[in-house]
Design a protein around this ligand. Sequence first.
Ligand code: SAH
Length: 353
Amino acid sequence: MHIQPKTRAETLHILFGSVPVWRLTQVEQALFSPFIRTFSDITTLPALWREPLHRAQVFISYRTTQVFWSQKKDTFKALLKLADGKQIETVLMKNARGAYTVCVSTQVGCAMACTFCATGKMGFSRNLSEDEIVDQVRHWIYFLADHPEIAARVSNVVYMGMGEPLANYDAVKQSLRTILKYTDIGPTHMTVSTVGLVPMLNRILDDSEWPAVRLAVSLHSADPQTRKEIMPTSYDNFPDTLAEWADRYFEKFDSKRRHLTFEYIMLSGVNDSEKHAEALIKFTRRIGKVRVNLIPYNYTGDVFHKSTQTDIDIFQQRLEYAGVDVTRRRTMGEDIAAACGQLAVQEEKTAIA
Ligand code: SAH
């Protein structure tokens, strides 16, 4: 039986271990070109090398793709089937800069079980490999090249799809480094969103290889009790722990432009009252450089209701009056279940051939 090496980097190393490093770089670089769709297309590579590469390694890590277009044609969701039959979703959405943001998944399912999130209800299946994460970005690079009528490029990547990125730390880190190395997307245009896994947040501070990408923490409440009720994995004293961590974070990534983002889903009667706004204001003052991103709740078939427009407006105004840097996330792709928290796929029922 033919055994696949685990990653492309491993394959390249096995096949071309003794060749100059720039040759490896040449292959890896080619993987991000919209014009190269098989190893045979890498014509700068000696023909003698293309064939073994073709035999030893799949060019891209999914078997089939299905793309859904939102009515407004500003959001696209792809369902990707992986080699083992598992399926994940990745989203492409138009951003304010007139370019596109790719939202990648990092796991099949998720173990965090946040009560408002569709992925959380699927349970956890497995981590994605570095290649499987990177290939979601490649998928959309090809998609845009194949649809010249869209005429735009990928400018941002957000790790906000299915899964908890920091629970798959190594693959996420490597994928960030690969995308940074082989595309023109810079670290301030990449965001990793996390529920706030404290041991992994600490690891970032001690890890010289962790790139200076932006971090977003899904806060959803500055009151530890409320947060725990809606996010069962939340630490008892999360706000205190996060505040201590943030001090060290700003020390390490010392930059005037550096800030943390807090994501905050507006759930009616749960976290949208004056009391919650006050707690959030107090907490953001304690943290310092922080931007709050208010997210309208997208329906996922559970007990929650979205806050009314008026409630969201009042909540936002309270923060603004208090000098908090606050933005509101646009909901996109709700008609194709591509909005935040709506990503969930069924297990493939049929056996793998
Ligand atoms: N596990 C990571 C990244 C994936 S979720 C995290 O929790 O940050 C990306 C964002 O969508 C998170 O802020 C998440 O809380 C939010 N989200 C989840 N369910 C949602 C829903 N039903 N409506 C709106 N946002 C949701």
